[in-house]
Design a protein around this ligand. Structure first.
Ligand SMILES: [Zn+2]
Length: 248
């Protein structure tokens, strides 16, 4: 007797092999909030192992961050997401014309508080996109590290977002996921290599120069991360031009 069976697997079945017998069940969508940074690039790579991506770049303020936009466009080419968006959030300006979103002083007493406050509208838009696309998760590259005293507070922040959306917004299936929250910077690099994340396409420099400046906070932290993981930073090796990134 020959019968043709169609095996229906749950969409979160770990499809690591035998791709021929896995039925063509569309993978669930995940919103990935990306600023083009190393952490966000790893978060997108981890999300893509399980989901189809909707990549979203939320621009805070009206600063023209062309280099960061270029990193995002390169990642769109790499990840081939189902959809991608660049959305801007207008932020209040303080005297002198600087955007509130870029007023974070690294010496400030409560750096995590500033970071989370800045991310509030980003998270909110992520959830709105998840509702729009009927995606079940929103992924963000928020990272504080395991040894940081901030980890408990950052974890609670994520949990409160989930309760807010699931319990009061009537979206019980949407979950905020911060997959690199507990990682140290060098571990982001390490896991990036293990998962073949496109780290050559990421951008952490605080400036908008064609090449990383090497001296800003973002560059120094990135350099330390690669040094500690004993790896070479691929952005220092190759930087291919973007060829076909278009907004949909
Ligand atoms: Zn820099």
């Amino acid at each position: 007797m020959s019968a043709k069976f169609q095996i229906l697997l749950p969409v979160d079945f770990p499809c690591t092999s035998n791709s021929d017998i896995v039925p063509k069940v569309p993978r669930e969508l995940a919103i990935v909030l990306s600023d083009g940074s190393l952490s966000a690039t790893l978060a997108a790579t981890l999300a893509q192992q399980k989901y189809r991506l909707v990549l979203a770049r939320i621009v805070m303020g009206d600063l023209k961050r062309a280099r960061s936009a270029d990193a995002f466009d390169r990642q769109v080419v790499h990840f081939k997401p189902y959809r991608h968006h660049t959305l801007s959030v207008e932020t209040p300006k303080k005297q002198g014309g600087r955007d509130a979103a870029h007023m974070i002083d690294p010496r400030a007493h409560d750096d995590l508080g500033h970071r989370l406050t800045t991310l509030l509208p980003v998270m909110a838009i992520g959830f709105q996109l998840a509702a729009h696309y009927e995606a079940n998760s929103v992924h963000i590259g928020l990272r504080v590290g395991r040894d940081s005293a901030d980890l408990a507070r950052a974890s609670e922040h994520v949990q409160i977002w989930n309760e807010l959306v699931q319990m009061t917004c009537g979206r019980p299936t949407i979950e905020l996921i911060a997959p690199v929250l507990e990682l140290e910077r060098w571990q982001v690099v390490d896991l990036g290599f293990q998962t073949e994340a496109p780290m050559a396409l990421s951008w952490d420099c605080d400036t908008d120069q064609p090449e990383p400046c090497g001296t800003c906070g973002g560059c120094r932290e990135r350099e330390q991360a690669f040094l500690r993981s004993a790896r070479a930073d691929p952005t220092r090796v190759a930087a291919a031009p973007v060829t076909s990134a278009t907004s949909r």
